[in-house]
Design a protein around this ligand. Structure first.
Ligand SMILES: *Cc1c(COP(=O)(O)O)cnc(C)c1O
Length: 461
């Protein structure tokens, strides 16, 4: 099919509805149309190169167009692309499940596949709920709700939105959602002017304990993003918070769901975030980085205790009645297997130490900028929170669209990044070189400096 860049632009605006995008504004701007990628770079249809500073929405691990990943896909496609997992098996999904059990925290022994982070969360919620009913339907009759954090984001399907707490995204859907119990997010920057993480952690854990004391008989599970609440704006948890949550879940007989959709596969500096506090959740949800950013695939892992509760004769109806058409897709599983093989072969996790330290030292300069209120980092995940006024922590007025201007400026300078509310997010591809990381930081610094300077001037008029 022949087309010109101008035609593609016109057709994009005519036919495509983009996710999380105000189409009225989008249609007034020149769209970014990516044609190809190589390593840490994305190339648009006009041949412009951009550093991929958001790992193509937090998924890419080894860079774009990686020859080994491509070869693994070709090899699998030459055998078969897809056959169903409903009552049947396929080769790559078996090998991948075995591998996932080996590399995730000990005790997680079963893998249930799906296609996205949202579905991996839905599955954990439904399994946790059904588990209690199977275990003792009378005794646990009231275990019908979940606890999640106030700023939680766990996906966009109705169940995952029910446990979400992001007002902007979720408010409109409230009448459709099931009840959840909200416990405070330890957001030190916004909660404590003295920046005391330890106190923030203790306050949040006490609040959670009070909720559990009052409601544990109604709570089937607690869901949490370990170490970093991503979509909420890269809110990094104080050290020990995750382990504290695990202890409370055990103490009050509530299943713990770790949503590692964003933080899994190396982003926090370890393969899984739970490792950093020696936490073993009852459910582990993985998706984004699982295939190295190649194909949609997700997995919900759980332990033997949960798995065993679902066993029985068909007629007992203990079966987990859930499955998606593409569950266990061979191409996606083959990509995931190759992704994990490359992580191990290239000693990717070990290689992150120097990059993380470099990021940390270079991020210091951002703190000095007049409109940077907070800089948060956990491994290779960075959030830079912009404020109009550093003393009062007041934000820029929404209509100035400061964050959007920052990313447009960065795009002009050759890097693609995305904001989350007032937070500029850096989520570099894990295989990025130190030189590329430095360039990404330079572009981001310059963009924030230029844009916030003129935005502040506009405020004072
Ligand atoms: C992205 C994300 C999800 C949802 O994943 P999708 O693949 O977009 O459905 C769920 N949880 C967390 C923590 C995420 O970052």
């Amino acid at each position: 099919m022949n087309y010109t860049p101008a035609e593609l632009e016109a057709w994009d605006k005519e036919y495509v509805w983009h996710p999380f995008t105000q189409m009225k504004e989008y249609n007034q701007e020149k769209p970014l149309i990516i044609e190809r990628g190589k390593g840490s770079y994305l190339y648009d249809i006009e041949g412009n190169a951009y550093l991929d500073g958001y790992s193509s929405l937090w998924i890419n691990v080894h860079g774009h167009n990686h020859p080994d990943l491509t070869a693994a896909l070709v090899e699998q496609a030459q055998k078969i692309a897809h056959s169903t997992l409903l009552g049947a098996a396929n080769v790559p999904s078996i090998l991948l499940a075995k591998k996932l059990v080996e590399i995730t925290p000990a005790g997680l022994t079963r893998v249930f596949y799906s296609d996205s982070g949202s579905t991996s969360v839905e599955i954990a919620l439904k399994m946790a709920y059904q588990y209690w009913k199977l275990k003792d339907v009378k005794r646990y009759a009231r275990k019908n709700t979940f606890i999640s954090l106030s700023e939680a984001y766990h996906g966009d399907t109705i169940g995952s939105v029910s446990v979400g707490g992001m007002e902007t995204f979720h408010r409109i859907f409230r009448p459709l959602l099931f009840e959840r119990i909200q416990t405070p997010t330890p957001y030190t920057y916004r909660m404590r002017d003295d920046g005391d993480e330890e106190t923030c952690k203790n306050d949040c854990l006490s609040a959670l304990e009070s909720l559990l004391q009052a409601h544990h008989e109604e709570v089937a599970g607690l869901i949490i993003e370990p170490l970093v609440q991503g979509a909420a704006g890269m809110i990094t948890a104080p050290k020990g918070f995750l382990a504290g949550v695990r202890n409370l879940c055990t103490k009050y007989n509530v299943l713990m769901i770790a949503d590692e959709v964003a933080v899994g596969f190396g982003r926090t500096g370890t393969l899984f975030a739970c490792e950093q506090e020696n936490v073993v959740p009852d459910f582990l949800c993985v998706a984004k980085g699982l295939t190295g950013g190649y194909l949609p695939l997700a997995a919900t892992l759980t332990n033997d205790e949960v798995y065993q509760a679902f066993l029985g004769d068909s007629a007992e109806l203990k079966t987990f009645f859930h499955g998606h058409t593409y569950t266990g897709n061979q191409l996606a599983c083959a990509a995931a297997l190759k992704n994990i093989e490359l992580i191990e072969k290239n000693r990717l996790i070990e290689s992150l130490g120097d990059k993380i330290a470099m990021l940390e030292s270079r991020l210091q300069a951002f703190r000095e900028l007049p409109h940077v209120g907070d800089v948060r980092q956990c491994g290779m995940m960075v959030g830079i929170e912009l404020v109009k006024d550093k003393t009062t922590k007041e934000m820029f007025p929404l209509h100035l669209a400061v964050e959007h201007s920052v990313i447009l400026q960065a795009r002009k300078l050759g890097a693609i990044i995305r904001p989350l509310g007032p937070v500029i997010v850096l989520m570099p591809i894990l295989s990025m070189s130190e030189a590329e990381l430095k360039r990404l930081l330079d572009i981001t610094y310059e963009s924030i400096q230029t844009v916030t300077h003129s935005a502040f001037a506009a405020c004072s008029i």
